[in-house]
Design a protein around this ligand. Structure first.
Ligand code: VAH
Length: 316
């Protein structure tokens, strides 16, 4: 049974329905500061929780009778820069509370990490699992802290801690304050107004992944037999593309114009890898992605059109 924090966010919206499919309808208890509806038959039990509340966190894990904590609550890159102290509370204190809850209640714990742990001094092409990690965003710094403390709790207390460094997540749910979320906004804006001003330059190349691949990879790692793992934290990669490459793929299917005007988020994107080496995940627990940029684009257009109660504009 999974106890999920930050369940109302971008990953949770797709993860919960997938968990129902994979493990059955009574497999989750969800928590967040705000409740949300999930795309499932019967809504999961909801426990209101601010992850900064240590007592509340431990009580909720106990009440949930969970065997696994999926700690999704976090302030992403752009939002963390705008609300630094709040992001430190949630991304650092929240993670401490999650690790302590896992230790005390003897549960496994999964916490997403991010390619944001890498910085300008990391190799930027086919970035390996092990290399210099000197992130320049508060979010990236908090994820390095999380990885180090997760490894520490595993080594010192035997906590079954696992984590994946996600690339930019592309999904048809509203974006949550990330820098890679240009790749989500562009679909919504082009389908609504046939125009989009991208806040990154057209040549900005970033590692990306369609949400279904991200969710499946997460559950595959959670389920991987302990003896197949050679590390607690793995890079997870799928595709890489520039803003311009995404634009031209979308405009094959729908009309519109895209302009590019870098803002403060350009510096975050420029500090991150352009592509990721995830060969260890592929070797140890058979990770493989399914969505290339074209399938991702067609799927996003179909899902967002449906959400807007419009016919799918793609002529099959
Ligand atoms: C963000 N989507 O943009 C997140 C991600 C690599 C970036 O962690 O902040």
């Amino acid at each position: 049974k999974f106890f999920i924090t930050g369940a109302s966010g971008q990953i949770g919206k797709k993860l919960i329905p997938y968990l129902y499919e994979r493990y059955g309808p009574n497999c989750v208890v969800v928590s967040d500061v705000n409740q949300t509806q999930f795309d499932v038959e019967s809504q999961p039990p909801f426990l209101p929780l601010d992850v900064v509340d240590k007592e509340g966190f431990a009580k909720a894990v106990e009440a949930s009778e969970a065997t696994h904590i999926l700690h999704l609550a976090a302030y992403l890159s752009a939002k963390a820069e705008l609300q630094l102290q709040k992001s430190i509370d949630v991304n650092i204190i929240g993670v401490n509370n999650a690790l302590e809850a896992a230790r005390i209640h003897n549960t496994a714990i999964y916490v997403p990490s991010s390619i944001a742990v890498f910085g300008p001094t990391s190799p930027r092409v086919l970035t390996p699992d092990d290399c210099v990690v000197q992130p320049t965003t508060a979010y990236g710094i908090s994820k390095v802290y999380m990885e180090m403390m997760g490894n520490y709790y595993h080594k010192k207390f035997g906590v079954n801690f696992r984590s994946l460094r996600y690339p930019g997540a592309v999904s048809s749910d509203p974006p949550g304050g990330g820098t890679t979320d240009y790749a989500v906004e562009i679909f919504f804006e082009l389908l609504k107004n046939q125009e989009y001003q991208c806040f990154l330059s057209k040549g900005t190349e970033l590692p990306m992944m369609y949400i279904d691949d991200l969710i499946q990879g997460t559950c595959d790692l959670i389920d991987a037999p302990e003896e197949t793992l050679t590390r607690r934290v793995y890079n997870l990669g799928a595709i890489s593309f520039t803003a311009e490459q995404l634009t031209s793929c979308i405009l094959k299917y729908i009309p519109g114009t895209v302009t590019y005007k870098s803002d403060h988020r350009q510096a975050y994107a420029d500090s991150w890898p352009m592509s990721i080496d995830d060969s260890l995940a592929r070797r140890d627990w058979n990770w493989k992605h399914k969505f290339d940029i074209d399938l991702m684009t067609r799927t996003m257009i179909e899902l967002i059109s449906k959400q807007m109660h419009k016919p799918n504009p793609i002529k099959v």
